[in-house]
Design a protein around this ligand. Structure first.
Ligand code: GLY
Ligand code: MN
Ligand code: MN
Length: 439
């Protein structure tokens, strides 16, 4: 196991979480379950993001338990026992010794013993933090453990009285990326940027949308990023107007644009890039006009990502440029203020300008504090992704605009001065794109 995040950092995260937990409390966090794909074939395993954040431990059938102040060890992992016969079929298991030696756990037990051991650890703690309501089966298991303690009250046992969602504490921590996390995300961004360049170069040979998807996957895998962060979107022509288009099976047509929204996952960290470019390598005048508006909106939004600004500032900046652009091109009429107030832009721009990014592509963390948009602070990572989509059946606009869908998306992290773009290695100006594709 080689990880760009050190075991020391994982330990510091657990320490920080325990420092924020109430006295006399316990936290219980399960690993992700394996999921059946069909009959006896499983989906590739992906660790639960919260579990990954606190352990870096990549196996299913494991439960992390944090018990601040416990004399015999505060950090306990239940995990699968080593078993040479099973490992011969299914691969290496870390086991209890490995959990302590290599993952820095204070103590470790076989997962098969959890029902016997965990109630005793919960007993006497007044508050239980766990992923409340996330998974019915796990909710039930927690209650089963508590019932064991309740059945012993006449023998003096103290069952917990409070059950609290672990997310409140943990997801706020995850929102602020450490230097090591930014390093992993920057590497994921570089790999994804290279993948987009490769797909751009492939497009001129035509073929099908999935031929470009193949180039993306090739580059991800080549660099050891074995999974995408989400299903890749490769939409030629009007398919670019379908926000979550993942069919990726239509022929690429000369004269059309193709929108690719794709990013690899590296050490469970997501990257998320969108580029839109002409199959032929040359933009038409209408494509060019709309593209310049989206690009200007993206620059304006990136410019608004800096400490002191709040979460909605980049969106507001993008919205102004997009709406003014639509008015200038005759796709909307009236004043900028009216078009924004009446949401006249909505048929052309119906999503937000970004989202938090991290272990999840749509990462955790609150966007508002009370009623107010959250202030941007160094270490927060987000996407900036304005777009314009002219539906193929929009009868209110000149036919020449219909079926054009454009989005430009980069990943940025807030710094002390402003922000750092993690995905800048793939061209996005018209001149750069046409030059790369002419190569
Ligand atoms: N690819 C998902 C998103 O851009 O939000
Ligand atoms: Mn995104
Ligand atoms: Mn995206």
């Amino acid at each position: 196991m080689t990880s760009m995040i050190s075991m020391k950092e994982f330990a510091e995260r657990r320490r920080k979480l325990m420092d924020r937990m109430a006295p006399d409390s316990i936290a219980i966090l399960p690993a992700a379950p394996e999921r059946v794909r069909n009959r006896d074939v499983l989906h590739p395993f992906r660790q639960d993001s919260d579990f990954q954040y606190l352990t870096g431990f990549g196996e299913p059938e494991a439960v992390l338990v944090l018990i601040p102040g416990r004399e015999h060890g505060e950090v306990v992992l239940f995990c699968k026992e080593r078993n040479p016969e099973k490992e011969l079929w299914d691969g290496f298991l870390v086991g209890q010794e490995g959990a302590i030696e290599r993952y820095g756990m204070d103590d470790a037990f076989p997962i098969s013993d959890i029902d016997d051991i965990l109630p005793g650890m919960i007993e006497g703690r007044s508050r239980v933090y766990y992923p409340l309501g996330k998974d019915h089966a796990f909710d039930n298991r927690v209650m089963d453990w508590v019932k064991v303690i309740r059945s012993k009250v006449r023998a003096g046992a103290h069952p917990p009285g409070e059950f609290v969602a672990l997310e409140h504490l943990l997801h706020d921590m995850r929102l602020y990326k450490s230097a090591a996390e930014v390093k992993v995300m920057a590497k994921a961004g570089q790999i994804s940027a290279e993948a987009h360049c490769r797909a751009m170069k492939r497009a001129r040979r035509g073929g099908y949308e999935y031929n470009l998807e193949a180039e993306l996957i090739h580059t991800f895998m080549e660099h050891g990023a074995r999974s995408t962060a989400y299903p890749s979107i490769v939409g030629g022509g009007a398919n670019g107007c379908i926000l979550h288009y993942i069919e990726n099976s239509a022929p690429l047509k000369d004269g059309d644009l193709v929108l690719i929204d794709a990013g690899c996952e590296l050490e469970c960290y997501a990257s998320d890039i969108t580029r839109t470019f002409p199959v032929s390598g040359r933009f038409s005048p209408e494509q060019k006009a709309l593209y310049e508006v989206v690009l200007a909106a993206q620059y304006a939004a990136i410019d608004a990502v800096r400490p002191g600004n709040h979460w909605n500032h980049p969106h507001e900046a993008a919205l102004k440029v997009l709406t003014q652009g639509l008015i200038d091109l005759g796709l909307l009429s009236g004043s900028l203020e009216d078009a924004i107030a009446s949401e006249a832009y909505k048929p052309f721009f119906m999503h937000r300008t970004g989202h938090w990014l991290g272990l999840d592509v749509h990462d955790v963390g609150d966007y508002k504090v009370g009623d107010a948009w959250r202030e941007l602070e160094p270490g927060m990572a987000l996407t900036v992704e304005p777009g314009l989509y002219i539906a193929p059946d929009n009868a209110n606009v000149d036919a020449k605009w219909r079926g054009i869908g454009i989005r430009i998306e980069d990943d940025v992290v807030v710094t002390k001065e402003g922000c750092r773009v993690l995905t800048g290695d793939v061209p996005k100006t018209i001149a750069e794109i046409e030059a790369l594709m002419a190569d």
